[in-house]
Design a protein. Structure first.
Length: 179
């Protein structure tokens, strides 16, 4: 992953009952572009599985950062997240299936910070240009992740963050949930 410009700490595989992460990494940051002139940080240092870290790095570098530069005139500087790995069921419902968080295959993003100090919080009313940019970011995620949930999805628990995951759903690898 270092060849992708990702800064991380590798950890030993994690296992807690049904919850397992074969190749866990604590995500610290990544080069914002191929020449590594600037970086994107993860202040919460989420723990996620390596395949999710790679996909996230590509999406942020190839889609999100250029989108913010084009629409808002500022580069992506930091991504505020949840913890990533958490051994729990979906929506913490005792009868539900294991969450993708329990496999290190999910990450929640609550805000993006730009180089001009704008903080774009997911689900909070902002100026129309910021709202439009966040909507395009959410829609772009649908091409990179198998599940994208956020404001406006039928699940009200995702009104203040974007849930991104790589867990396979449905009958095949091409099945996507994008709400």
């Amino acid at each position: 992953m270092t060849d992708l410009g990702v800064r991380y700490v590798s950890l030993a595989p994690q296992e807690d009952g049904a919850c397992t992460i074969p190749s866990p990494v604590r995500l610290l940051g990544l080069a914002a572009n191929r020449d590594a002139q600037s970086s994107i940080t993860f202040p919460q240092s989420p723990l996620i599985d390596c395949p999710l870290a790679e996909r996230l790095a590509d999406w942020l570098r190839e889609a999100v950062s250029p989108l913010f530069r084009a629409r808002l005139g500022s580069s992506l500087k930091a991504v505020a997240t949840g913890v990533g790995y958490e051994c729990r069921t979906r929506n913490r419902d005792p009868g539900a299936k294991l969450s993708a968080h329990g496999l290190g295959l999910a990450l929640d993003i609550s805000a993006f910070e730009l180089s001009d100090r704008q903080r774009l919080r997911i689900g909070l009313t902002q100026d129309p240009a910021a709202e439009d940019a966040l909507d395009v970011v959410r829609r772009s995620a649908c091409g990179w992740f198998t599940t994208v949930l956020g404001p406006g999805s039928p699940d009200a628990l995702h009104e203040n963050h974007l849930h991104l995951d790589l867990q396979q759903h449905g009958s095949g690898a091409g099945y996507r949930i994008c709400q």
